[in-house]
Write a protein of this length. Structure first.
Length: 160
């Protein structure tokens, strides 16, 4: 094989890796096994609430790069504000600064009849190589203690 063929194969290989996003998926996972917390705790605003689990959906395709940068640290109910709150950490391991937009959905157990509650977050700026934690909240649609909401998920994410 001459040098021109070797060079063409190397360029092709680099292009495939660049286009498919071949890097570790440290953010979330398929199947709901992402970071979570349970039980009662205090969030960073010193308001207590009931906890539930959280996860990040996503796969390995190039469209899922943004969602892989997100991790849900906790899902709680804040009785003072009557909001469902998710603490989401964005870890930008890239060489470029990004603004992240994502949607968080709060759900109940499968078959429980709980109407999902949704929070949309836009323009969270994260510098290259940095991490940032944000609290995402949406109004609790019920009148009780929100114990019917048992998990939260990042259902969509993008970065620009």
């Amino acid at each position: 094989m001459n040098m021109r063929h070797v060079r063409a194969i190397a360029v092709f290989g680099i292009a495939v890796v660049a286009l498919t996003g071949a890097r570790g998926s440290h953010g979330g996972s398929c199947g709901g096994s992402g970071s979570h917390s349970s039980g009662s705790h205090s969030d960073h605003d010193s308001t207590s609430g009931s906890g539930s689990s959280g996860s990040v959906s996503g796969g390995t395709g190039s469209a899922d790069k943004a969602v892989r940068d997100l991790t849900i640290d906790s899902c709680t109910y804040d009785p003072a504000s009557k909001n469902l709150v998710a603490r989401v950490t964005i870890k930008n391991d890239n060489t470029f600064d990004y603004d992240y937009d994502f949607t968080t959905e709060f759900k109940g157990d499968t078959g429980s009849g709980v109407t999902p509650a949704t929070a949309r977050t836009t323009a969270v700026a994260v510098a290259a190589g940095a991490s940032k934690s944000v609290d995402v909240s949406t109004r609790y649609p019920g009148s009780g203690d929100a114990s019917e909401y048992t998990e939260c998920w990042v259902t969509r994410a993008s970065r620009s």
